[in-house]
Design a protein. Structure first.
Length: 370
């Protein structure tokens, strides 16, 4: 890319920026805390969709990665990631063909199972292909999303265990209600402990019924780094800890100084003393707002300035409480409310160190939503 080796300000806007020092520190800090608790980390790459970052996580000790979509997993396998977990219900003949093909080129592949129909489809496809597939029983542990209900977990696992070509290797749960409804260090640590207890008890029931529980999987970014040894889990699947964002700051998961991801934008107009316009709107910033601090983006270098409204190509910056006015033509970094949805808007991620562009990474799994 033409911007490598040049100052950050040379990048045309809007553009997605990652601070390499903060990225590296975030990965090392969360991984170290996870390992200290005796847990593995299998990070969710939907947060960054970038093979280079997935490889950084594996080099930093991750046992593998988690993907939300089959398309993401295909990209990561091509990039050389050897242990991939797809934490999503896969159904349909086309998906089964692709899943079998992926399994044939991935040393360690596993999927979640939360319905008998999806499990039967996987069993039929893999039995016909003459290969086996590892399966994690997904249980709804209170988030109310997907997963078999806890009281049905053993009976469900018993039925899956009878299906050809499927090997139950553990269970997973997504416990967002223990993380995203709490704020502050003490509350998040309490949420991590409660999550581990609930998931661990269900895994214990499955183990008592004779099912292998090699992996007991949970985790989210607000609780990442806050689990204790013996919490009931064996691994976490947190993902956004690589970047953090304003939502994570609002929850107390990280201070603003640890947020590694930003959108570089240019001030294109100052229609009134109270308002500036930047060239990042709905196509450049996440449309989600902050969970506490209402807004779409924050300017860390101009405290008090906040993106309060977005159109397709326009970001409306309220500067009434800003420490200084914004000037037409200046470039500003904007912290998004939510990093994963912002990442999915861009083709390239610029890696910056000390204000200089070090590399440019294609967000290769961007748009791979099937």
């Amino acid at each position: 890319m033409t911007f490598i080796g040049k100052p950050l300000e040379a990048i045309d806007t809007p553009a997605l920026i990652v601070d390499m020092h903060k990225l590296e520190e975030n990965i090392l800090r969360v991984h170290r805390a996870t390992f200290d608790a005796g847990l593995d980390i299998r990070p969710h790459i939907k947060s960054h969709k970038t093979p280079e970052i997935a490889q950084m996580q594996v080099r930093a000790g991750a046992v593998g990665i988690t993907c939300a979509k089959l398309g993401e997993a295909e990209v990561m396998a091509t990039a050389g990631i050897e242990d991939i977990f797809i934490a999503y219900s896969l159904v349909g003949e086309t998906k089964m063909r692709r899943l079998v093909a992926l399994a044939k080129r991935t040393p360690r592949l596993s999927i979640s199972a939360e319905s008998l129909e999806a499990a039967r489809q996987a069993s039929s496809a893999f039995d016909a292909a003459g290969i086996e597939l590892d399966v994690m029983i997904e249980v709804d542990v209170g988030a109310g999303r997907t997963g078999v209900q806890p009281e049905r977990a053993v009976a469900f696992a018993d039925q899956v265990a009878e299906m050809p070509a499927l090997n139950i290797v553990g269970m997973m749960g997504y416990a967002s209600h223990f993380a995203y409804t709490r704020r502050g260090e003490a509350a998040l640590a309490e949420g991590a402990a409660e999550e581990g207890r609930v998931i661990g008890e269900i895994a214990g029931d499955l183990a008592a019924a004779g099912h292998e529980m090699h992996r007991i999987s949970g985790g989210s970014t607000p609780t990442a780094g806050r689990y204790q040894e013996g919490c009931g889990l064996t691994e976490i699947r947190s993902g956004s800890y690589v970047f953090y964002d304003r939502n994570q700051v609002d929850l107390g998961a990280a201070p603003m100084e640890q947020v590694a991801l930003s959108v570089l934008a240019t001030v294109v107009a100052t229609p009134t003393p109270e308002r500036a316009i930047i060239d990042a709107g709905t196509k450049g910033l996440s449309q989600q707002v902050g969970s506490v601090s209402d807004g779409y983006g924050w300017l860390p270098e101009v405290p008090g300035a906040k993106v309060v409204r977005i159109n397709d190509e326009h970001g409306f910056v309220d500067v009434r409480e800003a420490v200084r006015p914004l000037e037409i033509g200046e470039k500003v970094q904007v912290i998004p409310a939510r990093a994963p949805t912002c990442v999915n808007l861009y083709d390239w991620l610029y890696a910056v160190r000390g204000g200089v562009v070090e590399d440019a990474w294609r967000i290769a799994a961007r748009g791979r939503n099937t």
